[in-house]
Design a protein around this ligand. Structure first.
Ligand SMILES: Cc1cc2nc3c(=O)[nH]c(=O)nc-3n(C[C@H](O)[C@H](O)[C@H](O)COP(=O)(O)OP(=O)(O)OC[C@H]3O[C@@H](n4cnc5c(N)ncnc54)[C@H](O)[C@@H]3O)c2cc1C
Length: 557
């Protein structure tokens, strides 16, 4: 059985309790996933536990861009911009199915904070720092060209524009593909497994000395057990302080958490031809990004102190984003009633006294406690691989200091992620064409095949097998493609609940909410049939999904 199957929880949990690991990671967002892959590929034995679903924290709630963070130049963050800027191309090469080049238009407007000269200068510096390849360098547009690129811009205030490239991604799927690659290479990763405390070695008087593992609770059974390891990493994102404080007597606050909201609407409400990145009167930057017949708008950046698991969209968030867009686009008449879906993410930023939310650095930092707990905080989705490299370098030093184990340098820049096993010389568009022909020969409709390849990359062949197999079985009211996705999600992506499926395995709750409404009941019944959970569990899952549907469609606030 695939080690990343939701049907193999018992096997994985057995392995967690019976192995002594080199490294135990707490947190299954992009940071934890990146560390798991880096450490496993250097020959370390790795366990990773996540208390919710993988990517259910910030890593499934970002702006979904692999980007260089142009705006951080204003804050003098040259190292950060250079690092994440260079990472863009690497991530594109190891996960071509998850990184789509996206042209962004930065309009230059009368009274805006960016002048033609400063924008050009900033862009040139950015491209130099980030080593942007020639074919993806920026273009300066006249007013007429900017209007041609995006006719919805306000002609009266428009002076010109800059066209530049970033990459659009699916953040939750990226996290899951990194995690799957780590699992394929031997890491033992399990979702719905919470760290409730740490284990320590003790001296002769029983006083705790060095960290030696975690106490874990299986969220699906309530069972508690120990996971032992030589090193422990806290990759808890917004929960970093909570975890760190389980390890120390004197409580610390390292994080300043800020909330970022994105709204999804039908593209007909604001039919932009392409992504636009504009500045606001309060000196923030807002994206409007088209995606699958929808647009999404984001983001806010406000200090946050509430519930970390379910941060909610409120009236002020909705009003702020809708007003910003209506002010900037002359013809836009968006209203809060147009919101179809939304998501709310929490930025785990490193606390700096006296700085406002948008001024705080997005860089990452490593902290090592007296007991040896390694905590990684801050950072960007785009910079996950380099963050992981820094953490695993520390882990390697620690392991080498106590045992003579050869540990290689970081190799993740050359490791294609799960789903990304596509020849470097073959453009993804060519790959799609070839695979569609193969799928059609198997009796799969071309459009379904293409959708699967765009979403799952080289793993789409697995989806095709499920489609063929399920098609030979009894007819079912759920469409074949959805059933195949669900079976793949359960058996190969540890999908345990309907929300895991609709939010983080397929993204449908954000970008195709009608499909969720239409199929949620038969899907939950089908999941119960496959996974064999009780009627009470089914009711609870259904209730959770209904609550999420209500809150993300803006009807909860
Ligand atoms: C609104 C917004 C937009 C953003 N946009 C972008 C963007 O476009 N591009 C970009 O590069 N970056 C972006 N970022 C930043 C990026 O999303 C984050 O830096 C990144 O996702 C953080 O990942 P993480 O793994 O550290 O945290 P998380 O994804 O939150 O992962 C931490 C995990 O730890 C788990 N955990 C906590 N406590 C425990 C415990 N006791 N036991 C087990 N598990 C536990 C949590 O459940 C959680 O899943 C954005 C952030 C926000 C908020």
């Amino acid at each position: 059985m695939n080690s990343f199957s939701a049907k193999n929880r018992a096997g994985n949990s057995e392995r967690l309790r019976n192995t002594y690991f080199d490294l135990v990671i707490v947190g299954g967002g992009i940071t934890g996933a990146g560390i798991a892959l880096d450490a496993t590929s250097r020959g370390l034995s790795v366990a990773l536990i996540e208390m919710q679903d993988f990517a259910a924290g910030t890593s499934g709630r970002s702006t979904k861009l692999i980007h260089g963070g142009l705006r951080y130049l204003k804050q003098g963050e040259f190292r950060l911009v250079a690092e994440v800027g260079k990472e863009r191309e690497i991530i594109h090469s190891i996960a071509p199915h998850l990184t789509r080049p996206e042209k962004m238009l930065l309009p230059i407007v009368k009274g805006g904070s960016l002048g033609r000269f400063s924008a050009r200068l900033g862009m040139t510096l950015y491209e130099w720092l980030a080593g942007v390849k020639k074919s993806e360098r920026h273009q300066v547009l006249s007013q007429a060209d900017a209007l041609r690129a995006e006719p919805l811009l306000n002609k009266e205030t428009l002076l010109g524009g800059i066209l530049f490239y970033e990459y659009r991604t699916d953040d939750a799927r990226l996290t899951i593909e990194v995690m799957k690659e780590a699992a394929e290479r031997g890491a033992c990763c399990l979702n719905y497994m919470k760290a409730s405390g740490f284990l320590y070695t003790t001296d002769s008087s029983g006083k705790k000395e060095k960290i030696a593992g975690v106490q874990a609770i299986d969220q699906s059974t309530g069972e508690s057990f120990e996971i032992k390891g030589r090193c422990v990493v806290n990759a808890g994102g917004p929960w970093v302080d909570e975890l760190d404080n389980l390890d120390r007597k004197n409580k610390l606050q390292r994080l300043h958490i800020t909330k970022g909201v994105h709204l999804v609407m039908d593209e007909k409400k604001l039919p932009v031809k392409q992504a636009v990145y504009f500045d606001t009167p309060d000196k923030r930057m807002i994206f409007v990004i088209p995606r699958n017949q929808k647009i999404y708008i984001g983001t806010t950046d406000t200090s946050y102190k509430g519930d970390l698991i379910n941060p909610q969209l409120n009236t002020a968030d909705k009003k702020y984003l809708v007003d910003c867009v209506n002010r900037f686009f002359q013809t836009s008449k968006l209203s809060e009633a147009d919101i179809e879906s939304s998501w709310v993410g929490l930025r785990p930023l490193i606390h700096k006294a006296g700085k406002g939310p948008s001024e705080i650095s997005r860089k990452d930092e490593l902290f090592i406690s007296d007991t040896g707990l390694i905590t990684i905080a801050g950072g960007k989705l785009t910079g996950y691989r380099k963050m992981a490299e820094r953490v695993v370098n520390r882990v390697s030093e620690k392991i080498k200091s106590v045992e003579n184990k050869p540990i290689s340098e970081c190799v993740t820049g050359d490791i294609k992620l799960s789903g990304g096993k596509i020849n470097d010389n073959q453009p993804f568009s060519e790959y799609i064409k070839i695979k569609v022909v193969e799928a059609v020969a198997m009796g799969i409709p071309a459009d379904a095949a293409e959708r699967a390849i765009r979403q799952y990359g080289s793993n789409a062949t697995e989806l095709f097998k499920y489609m063929v197999q399920l098609n030979q079985q009894e007819q079912h009211e759920l469409p074949l493609a959805l059933r195949a996705q669900l079976m793949y999600g359960i058996e190969q992506e540890m999908c345990l609940t309907p929300s895991d499926f609709f939010i983080r395995r397929t993204g449908q709750l954000y970008f195709d909410i009608e499909t969720v409404r239409k199929w949620k009941t038969p899907l939950v019944m089908y999941m119960q049939h496959i996974l064999g959970f009780s009627d009470d569990t089914r009711e609870r899952y259904m209730h959770d999904l209904e609550c999420t549907l209500k809150s993300c469609s803006g009807k909860g606030a």
